[in-house]
Design a protein around this ligand. Structure first.
Ligand code: SF4
Length: 327
């Protein structure tokens, strides 16, 4: 096992959003979007982060990049304390830590050309001259599979898949170490999804990139991740090597997510586990194990004692009192 320090170390990360009410707009409750999450991302790997909508995965990604101010915890990026770093350091870090959004159209200014849009980051970080920036934009467009002449066109002239390539180009042009991919293929057709996933994989191999890949669908992360973390209601409930997670899940929630993945071969069809009820409110999560109201394995202890997130096998972490009994 590598002893190299991970690129990212997240410890006990918490992000609560205040809920305001009354005439004075006082804080009346807290949305516990992320409620004590810890993990590492190794250099050059892809860590998939999955869970239903509202589980806190996107907020985790944004807090790591300090696009959201965390409530507590720590994030160390390449030895730098991200959450406590001064603004000047954060500006420099932003070059190394990029994000690709689910909806690239929303992040592209419709009034400026793609070339200008991609060059924006270079200008902000004072990289190159006007002429060399044009060369860099041209080169990065080629890397993401778009013709260099695309730089003179506007966002509305591109398809969804092409726009996502532009989103990737905007991140890539800064030569980052980490890219947070926030549901980058969720809005795309299945055939386009695999093209974008293949592109991300090829760029990772070429540039040694590290990805935090956020998705609500386990089948998407299955093909791109080295390791997978599963989140539920603001907590990480399982984390393991991708193959190990799919072969031997140690949390009932992961087991249910795996059962929902369509299988082409009828001989390998899995029994589908339908979870009862909705995800509870993150304002007032259930006591004990947060998953217990929906868990078919729940016992009395699950209602009162929160299971610790512990290592059940080498590199395989789970927050379940009965992790070894999940089948
Ligand atoms: Fe289910 Fe109990 Fe495990 Fe929670 S701790 S996942 S309720 S068995």
């Amino acid at each position: 096992m590598s002893t190299e320090r991970p690129l990212i170390e997240v410890r006990d990360l918490v992000k609560h959003f205040p809920v305001r009410g009354g005439v004075l707009r006082r804080t009346v409750a807290q949305v516990k979007a992320v409620d004590g999450v810890s993990f590492d991302i190794r250099r050059g790997e892809t860590l998939g982060l999955v869970g239903e909508s509202g589980c806190g995965k996107t907020t985790t990604g944004r807090a790591i990049l300090r696009l959201e101010q965390a409530t507590a915890g720590s994030v160390t990026f390449d030895g730098t304390d991200v959450l406590r770093a001064p603004a000047r350091t954060i500006k420099a870090l932003r070059r190394d830590m990029q994000i690709v959004f689910q909806d690239p159209y929303a992040s592209l200014d419709p009034r400026i050309t793609i070339g200008e849009s991609i060059a924006e980051g270079l200008e902000i970080h004072r990289i190159g001259t006007r002429a060399t920036r044009v060369d860099m934009v041209r080169e990065v467009l080629g890397k993401v599979g778009l013709h260099p002449s695309s730089m003179a066109r506007f966002p509305h002239e591109f398809s969804g898949g092409q726009r996502q390539r532009i989103g990737i180009a905007r991140a890539l042009v800064l030569n980052p170490k980490l890219i947070v991919c926030d549901e980058p293929v969720s809005a795309l057709d299945v055939s386009i999804q695999s093209q974008v996933l293949n592109l991300l994989r090829a760029l990772q191999a070429e540039f040694g990139l590290t990805y935090l890949f956020i998705a609500h669908n386990l089948s998407v992360v299955e093909h791109i991740s080295n390791r997978v973390g599963v989140m539920y209601l603001g907590k990480l409930v399982e984390l393991a090597d991708r193959r190990e997670l799919f072969r031997r899940p140690r949390h009932p929630y992961t087991r249910a997510l795996i059962s929902a993945i369509p299988v082409a071969n009828p001989e390998h069809r899995r029994e589908r586990i339908i979870l009862q009820g909705d995800v509870p409110s993150p304002i007032n999560p259930p006591g004990g194990c947060r998953f217990h109201p929906r868990c078919w394995m729940a016992q009395e202890i699950c209602r009162t004692v929160e299971p610790a997130f512990t290592q059940r096998a080498p590199g395989h972490w789970s927050a379940c009192h009965f992790a070894d009994d999940v089948t």
